[in-house]
Write a protein that binds this ligand. Structure first.
Ligand code: ZN
Length: 341
């Protein structure tokens, strides 16, 4: 893969006890050193104008002033330092690089993955929360839709971070040009993302929430991808597919109770890659959460290896009843009629 990375993202340091630390990127980079076929690219940072395409300009300016004043705790979880302003603009810029690179035709071993931080998917139009200031994937999706060189009418975002992508959902909730899918742990922060949150107005039906019960394993997540998610994405037929790739649903991540193995990330990657290839959609990955440094690094590495020729190994076992009934509810909420795998 091509990884979008910048040292500027390391300077956002919310303190040694904060789980969203620069060590996350250092751990990923260290692991990728030993891998074949890894390339790095840099990008320009986003401007205030670009960030303001999905955020309120007054909010963006208030973040700039907050950082210029030295930062501090925006809320109990979300901490900025002076350098956070440049890091968040860089993180959004890397996400835009990833989507633009995919639109330019990078596929297969050239598929782009932006590993910026701070992450983005909790950032709502007018507020920071959950370690996120700017919604990187949303800024990149909007830039794809607005890009003069590419004829992009529809973008899909699949968010497999273990937390609900409430910010991305809010930004596009009443729009039909972005289809947002969130696969997350039911009941976890921030508490939104129920099955019946499916979009409103022009966006009715273009938000899909899959709140999986604590304890769900690889079989449950793959059934979600192979069942309702692929069915909905097939109907939607996006020009661009962005994966909001958090790795905190791993069984060894310290802050969740979903029980994915590292292999699950290879399998989900392989499924989404096959889907994107099949409809000729541009495919890009954008880093979100993931707080167990070893398993974060392992999981990013296995996404890379999946594009470098490694064949993923299918899980064994049956779909658990609670997970199955959640997926049946998702199918019902979206008027989809199909048998679960
Ligand atoms: Zn998360």
């Amino acid at each position: 893969m091509q990884f979008g990375y910048s040292e500027i993202c390391l300077a956002h340091d919310p303190g040694s006890r904060h789980p969203e630390s620069p060590d996350r990127l250092r751990a990923i980079r260290e692991r990728l050193k030993k891998k074949h076929g890894v390339e790095y690219a840099e990008s320009d940072p986003c401007t205030v104008d670009e960030l303001s395409t999905v955020h309120d300009r007054a909010y963006v300016e208030s973040v700039r002033e907050f950082c210029a004043d030295g930062g501090g705790n925006w809320d109990p979880d979300t901490t900025a330092v002076e350098e956070t302003w440049n890091a968040l603009r860089q993180s959004a810029g890397l996400a835009c690089w990833a989507v633009e690179t995919a639109l330019e035709g990078a596929t297969g071993r050239e598929t782009p993955f932006s590993i910026g931080r701070p992450p983005g998917h909790h950032a709502v139009p007018d507020d920071a929360m959950g370690f996120c200031f700017v919604n990187n994937a949303a800024v990149a999706a909007q830039q794809a839709l607005d890009h003069p060189d590419y004829d992009v009418d529809r973008v899909a975002i699949v968010d497999w971070d273990v937390h609900h992508g409430n910010g991305t959902q809010d930004i596009f909730y009443e729009r039909d040009d972005v289809f947002f899918v969130s696969l997350h742990e039911k009941g976890l922060y921030p508490g939104t993302g129920a099955v019946d949150e499916t979009g409103e107005g022009d966006g009715a039906g273009t938000t899909m929430n899959v709140p999986m019960p604590a304890g769900t394993d690889d079989v449950g997540y793959l059934a979600a991808i192979d069942g309702p998610i692929t069915a909905a994405l097939t109907d939607y037929d996006p020009d661009v597919l962005i994966v909001s790739a958090g790795f905190d649903a791993h069984r060894h991540d310290p802050i969740s109770r979903i029980r994915l193995s590292t292999e699950a990330y290879a399998l989900m990657t392989d499924r989404l890659r096959a889907f994107a290839d099949g409809i000729d959609a541009a495919l890009a990955f954008v880093l979100e959460g993931g707080y167990g440094l070893d398993v974060l690094a392992d999981s990013v590495a296995i996404v890379h290896e999946t594009f470098d020729g490694r064949d993923p190994v299918e899980p064994s076992g049956d779909l658990d009843d609670t997970a199955e009934s959640t997926l049946e509810d998702v199918l019902d909420a979206h008027g989809l009629d199909l048998d679960l795998p």
